[in-house]
Design a protein. Structure first.
Length: 513
């Protein structure tokens, strides 16, 4: 119960007491270990793991706790024994060549590169070994290390930025400045920050030059590969172990936060991001992740404060203003949202992810909800001019004109075109049905509104439209059923209007928009 309430210290103390009282209880040991991992209480996690090991009940994934601890404390004999146990278990044996390579590196016992040959040339072990070959060559100071590191980074997808910075950090620490800068051949906020640190002769965090850091990087990769397969708790184990082995790795903290967020532990996820300092190349990524996690956790006001700081900074980008606008919109502050979207438009460059029509559509929607229809109409028409084949633009502009009884023929044409392009979209189907309702074509309108309501049974607006159409067609009982469905999620003035219709029937002043 304490853990569920986020009182992790209190929960840890009670799990420890329970484990001390019943050291052979496997359920208590497993729960204590799990809580220790999630909350970063490593003494508790290790006590639970060792209690299970004493009873030969330690699962292969949990054994990585003991592997990591052995590497962290340079207990090479213990590490070797744990790796052999993982190999015998088989389920995660594909990690063994990489573990043995870093063991050889850390213990100065054998050739780390030769140890990787056991991975073979195909299968998951080979993929892991290829990446760690480059990391090991660089850590060993081999001449081919920088080139292999860069090649590995270029084929690593999104993780390539992390590998580039890890390589640059190690090369810069060895005063190989030009080689370090050459490794940062990708233009991202993180690589730009790393370049600036090197050019200022400052150290770059994130180097992988020790056995524990190398195994930490393996844990991050496992967390990413396994945490995305509906196994976020298993992924969290490996991500947390990465932070234990290499607390300087921003990637480890970021992945941990993401996986905790997937488990609805948003408060803890935000907390762990505090381990990434403002000087780290991934500080901007940490800030962006923190804002998103605060939003997902329902802390929109806290997220708004951070988003405003980001937008007010001299280094603010289009994405900062876009995010600020989206948060304002979620808070119902539509005028401020529209202003933020305008700033995003002003900062837009051809390389930005958002097209102008998308920003104009968001700005138009915010202005519309803020009560500035002339401004909204101008933005929506601009979006339409830029993207005449985008169904969401066509539908928004057409519906906005329709409910204001402006250019009704043009409104219907726009909505029909939107429906032709996206016939399965419930909101667009509803718009077409509502346009036909306004023309009095109930026989055509009702099937479309029924189709939309069937696809989105909890949508307030669609159900209210269907109820109004039923009522106009003389189907009073069905109208009340539709209005009742709409009333379940309706709020404010909409809820009051729907209740009045259920009590008195449809009148002109109670008509839906």
């Amino acid at each position: 119960m304490a853990a569920a309430e986020g009182a992790n210290d209190q929960a840890g103390a009670r799990y420890a007491a329970a484990l001390a009282a019943a050291p052979t209880d496997r359920t208590i040991a497993g729960q204590a270990m799990g809580h220790g991992v999630r909350s970063g209480n490593w003494r508790l996690a290790l006590d639970g793991a060792r209690a299970l090991e004493r009873q030969n009940a330690l699962l292969a994934d949990a054994r990585f706790l003991l592997v990591a601890e052995a590497f962290r404390t340079h207990d090479w004999r213990g590490a070797r024994a744990q790796i052999e146990a993982i190999e015998r278990d088989q389920s995660l044996a594909f990690t063994v060549p990489v573990l043995r390579a870093w063991l050889a590196f850390g213990a100065h016992d054998g050739d780390p590169i030769a140890a990787l040959s056991a991975a073979g040339s195909s299968g998951p072990a080979a993929g892991y070994a290829a990446e760690h070959r480059a990391l090991l060559l660089l850590a060993l100071g081999r001449a081919e290390g920088p080139a292999e590191m860069l090649a590995a980074a270029r084929s690593a997808g999104p993780r390539g930025v992390r590998l580039r910075i890890a390589g640059a950090a190690l090369l810069a620490a060895r005063h190989q400045r030009d080689a370090a800068l050459a490794t940062l051949d990708l233009d991202t906020p993180a690589t730009r920050a790393a370049r600036a640190l090197i050019q200022a002769n400052r150290s770059v965090p994130g180097a992988i030059g020790t056995a524990e850091a190398g195994v930490g990087e393996l844990m991050v990769r496992l967390a990413l590969d396994l945490g995305g397969q509906d196994m976020s708790q298993l992924g969290t184990l490996f991500a947390r172990l990465a932070t234990r082995l290499d607390p300087q790795s921003a990637e480890a903290w970021l992945v941990t936060a993401e996986l905790l967020g997937q488990q609805d532990q948003h408060g803890l996820a935000v907390q762990v991001l505090g381990n990434i300092p403002a000087s780290d190349p991934f500080a901007l990524a940490a800030r962006d992740t923190r804002i998103r996690l605060l939003i997902e956790g329902g802390q929109r006001e806290a997220a708004l404060g951070l988003a405003r700081q980001a937008a007010d900074a001299n280094s603010a980008r289009q994405s900062d203003w876009l995010r600020l606008g989206q948060i304002y919109s979620e808070l119902g502050r539509q005028r401020e949202a529209a202003d933020a979207f305008s700033r995003a438009l002003a900062l837009r460059t051809p390389d930005d992810g958002q097209d102008e029509w998308q920003l104009q559509l968001m700005r138009g929607g915010a202005l519309d909800q803020a009560g500035d229809w002339p401004g909204a109409r101008e933005a929506l028409r601009r979006a339409y001019a830029l993207a005449p084949q985008q169904p969401f633009v066509l539908n928004y502009l057409g519906y906005a004109l329709l409910i204001r009884n402006e250019e009704t023929a043009e409104a219907e044409r726009l909505i029909r075109e939107a429906h032709r392009l996206a016939p399965d979209n419930p909101a667009i189907t509803d718009s077409l049905g509502w346009a036909l309702y306004h023309k009095g074509q109930l026989g055509e309108a009702i099937p479309l509104l029924e189709q939309a309501a069937q696809a989105e049974p909890a949508d307030v607006e669609i159900n209210e439209h269907l109820g109004d159409a039923y009522y106009a067609a003389g189907r009073r009982v069905e109208a009340r059923f539709a209005w009742r469905a709409a009333s379940v999620y309706a709020e404010g003035a909409t809820a009051t209007r729907i209740v009045a219709k259920m009590e008195r029937g449809l009148t002109p002043e109670l008509a839906a928009r």
